[in-house]
Design a protein around this ligand. Structure first.
Ligand SMILES: Cc1cc2nc3c(=O)[nH]c(=O)nc-3n(C[C@H](O)[C@H](O)[C@H](O)COP(=O)(O)OP(=O)(O)OC[C@H]3O[C@@H](n4cnc5c(N)ncnc54)[C@H](O)[C@@H]3O)c2cc1C
Length: 310
């Protein structure tokens, strides 16, 4: 069932939705892939009150919607998104006590990592080069170099689809390898909570050591990962092998469709060489899955999320 798109358009044009709302905004400019057609409506919320207000209104008016952070773990369809995309840019870090920090979900997780390193607090160094927000990192239980968001997260402040704000512990978030209860609900097309902020418990550690570890992670990442636009690892690690190893063994490293390519540097990255369409990336995803199942009998699961009208 469609929502009353023309009515909403008129309201936006009349300024009734505020100045942080745009029509037909290309999502290619809002995602790390640089791919994706237009959102009917895009809003960028810089304050939590505004985020809550927007979510309340889309709920009341029955407008389909999605909250994005910095769009670094999604592949948006060429046809874009019917409804409203709300980009969460609500930033801020504050101290709760010496080792516990409260971070708004729109804060960049790498900025949070830098900040905590300078405070001499360890636990987020793994996130030093992850380009997403803290909210996205909770939803995908982001991690690297053996560290995970779930290791430091003590509780999260959620806004329910009914508009209630509540704090929940990690068990209620259902964090597991690269997923959470929220990500699973989204995958089933069901509504889920929005992460507003988190509290993380860190460990006092000399900043000089943390800087050294972070620099080593940066070096290893630069060595291994491609620099072209991507959404990071496309597939989850399988029980037996890293997905990139299987794709490489299947002979697909460097494979191209249109402007997309299985990276020659790391086969679990599908990169945008310039002008790639979402369908190019999708075709490579399908090819990797087919070839890996054919050769090894192993099913690859997506780590990135497909968003919009496929
Ligand atoms: C070059 C590169 C390297 C990467 N390396 C890593 C890595 O080492 N480890 C890793 O885990 N990931 C990595 N990623 C993937 C990505 O950066 C992380 O998954 C990141 O945590 C996603 O955050 P985001 O804000 O961009 O989320 P988005 O892509 O914007 O959204 C992802 C999902 O989270 C949801 N979401 C976002 N914010 C909220 C919120 N506040 N409330 C509710 N739902 C929300 C969205 O609806 C969507 O379902 C990499 C990506 C790139 C491009």
């Amino acid at each position: 069932m469609g929502y009353e798109v023309e009515k909403v358009r008129r309201a936006v044009l009349a300024g009734d939705w505020g100045e942080d709302v745009w029509l037909d905004e290309p999502l290619s400019s809002r995602t790390s892939y640089r791919i994706g057609g237009p959102a009917d409506i895009l809003a960028v919320a810089e304050h939590t009150d505004r985020l809550q207000e927007l979510l309340g209104r889309v709920r009341e008016e029955g407008i389909p919607h999605i909250v994005l952070g910095s769009g670094t773990n999604v592949l948006v369809a060429d046809a874009g998104f019917r409804g409203m995309v709300i980009q969460n840019a609500c930033r801020g870090i504050e101290s709760v006590n010496g080792e516990m920090l409260r971070i708004r979900a729109g804060e960049m997780v790498r900025d949070a990592a830098r900040h905590t390193i300078e405070l001499g607090l360890g636990g987020l160094e793994w996130a030093i080069d992850i380009p997403g927000t803290v909210g996205g990192s909770v939803v995908g239980n982001a991690g690297a170099f053996g560290g995970y968001m779930g290791d430091v997260l003590r509780r999260a402040q959620l806004l329910t689809p009914e508009g209630e704000v509540r704090w929940v512990g990690p068990e209620e978030l259902g964090l597991a390898y690269r997923t959470s209860r929220l990500k699973e609900l989204k995958a089933e097309g069901r509504s889920c909570e929005t992460v507003l902020s988190v509290e993380v418990l860190l460990t006092p550690t000399p900043a000089v050591l943390l800087r050294k570890t972070a620099a080593e992670y940066t070096r290893r990442r630069q060595e291994r990962q491609p620099s072209e636009p991507s959404a990071g690892s496309v597939f989850k690690r399988t029980v037996q092998y890293p997905a990139g190893f299987l794709i490489e063994q299947a002979g697909l490293k460097g494979e191209r469709v249109g402007g997309a390519q299985v990276s020659v540097k790391h086969a679990n990255f599908i990169v945008n060489l310039g002008g790639a369409r979402a369908t190019d990336v999708e075709a490579l995803i399908d090819l990797c899955r087919e070839r890996v199942i054919e050769m090894f009998g192993i099913e690859l699961q997506l780590e990135i999320e497909l968003v919009g009208e496929w």
